[in-house]
Write a protein that binds this ligand. Structure first.
Ligand code: PXP
Length: 249
């Protein structure tokens, strides 16, 4: 069981702010460098079909200038597959993508999408890229991920983070806990992410079956008030504290 919990910092929204004006500032690669100094274990970036945040040159620069592992979030399209195979990130996380959505709204349908996804999982894996599938906390999706040969899944924590604190949120948290326990038992490496904040991260970080959290929007928003290194360092501290507490129990 992994006791160290990795933090992947998603820098998409540094690019969103840059793109609002069309110039080079603020630079997501500079943010990645700062994230490394603040305790991130990896950098996550989602190259969308419409390039609304991260761009192709950003991906090239992240590979050339940043030593941390890059987790490349991508839709299962031929265009993204060819970019991934060319830029050879450490990892690729296949996510569902809808043109009209504001953010990645739900998990991938691995059960229904088996035939479409198979080629992507195999080609990325054969190129030595660690493949993960971004899914809802569901036993059927976990079984389907194993069937497809994906070594890693990332559980979508959006419903948990969006739920009002109390019974509803506890219910979503229990679903995540069941999924990560089951996922580990069938041999999957378990990651989680989406919507996590200082308020919601600790109970998820305390789940010892999870080896990586990917967090972006909240960290970049919080950086406006406290600076990027401080916001990442505080997230790192909360994650480590939750993990430490759990190992003491
Ligand atoms: N993990 C995955 C697979 C994602 O698609 C995203 C959002 O791009 C995140 C994590 C990070 O979510 P957030 O920006 O809400 O922290």
């Amino acid at each position: 069981m992994t006791s160290k919990l990795r933090l992947g910092v998603n820098i998409d929204h540094v690019a969103t702010i840059r793109n609002a004006r069309g110039g080079p500032h603020p630079d997501p690669v500079r943010a990645a460098r700062m994230a490394a100094r603040a305790g991130a274990d990896g950098i996550t970036a989602h190259l969308r079909e419409d390039r609304r945040h991260i761009s192709d040159p950003d991906i090239a620069r992240l590979r050339a200038e940043i030593d941390l592992p890059l987790n490349f979030e991508m839709a299962a399209t031929d265009e993204m597959l060819s970019i991934a195979l060319k830029s050879k990130p450490h990892a690729a996380c296949i996510v569902p993508e809808k043109r009209e959505e504001r953010t990645t709204e739900g998990g991938l349908d691995v059960v229904g999408g088996h035939n479409h996804l198979k080629r992507f999982v195999h080609e990325l894996g054969n190129a030595g890229i660690r493949v993960s599938l971004f899914i809802e906390a569901s036993k059927e999706q976990l079984d389907a991920a194993v069937h497809l040969g994906a070594p890693v899944v990332e559980i979508h924590t959006g419903a948990y983070c969006d739920a009002t604190a109390g019974v509803l949120r506890d219910h979503e948290l229990a679903r995540i806990a069941d999924a990560v326990t089951y996922g580990r038992s069938i041999g999957l490496e378990m990651h989680a992410g989406h919507g996590l904040s200082f308020e919601t991260v600790s109970p998820v970080a305390a789940m010892v079956e999870i080896s990586e959290l990917n967090i972006g929007h909240f960290l970049i928003g919080e950086a406006i008030f406290t600076g990027l290194e401080n916001s990442i360092a505080e997230m790192r501290r909360l994650m480590d504290m939750a993990r430490q507490k759990d190992s003491e129990n």
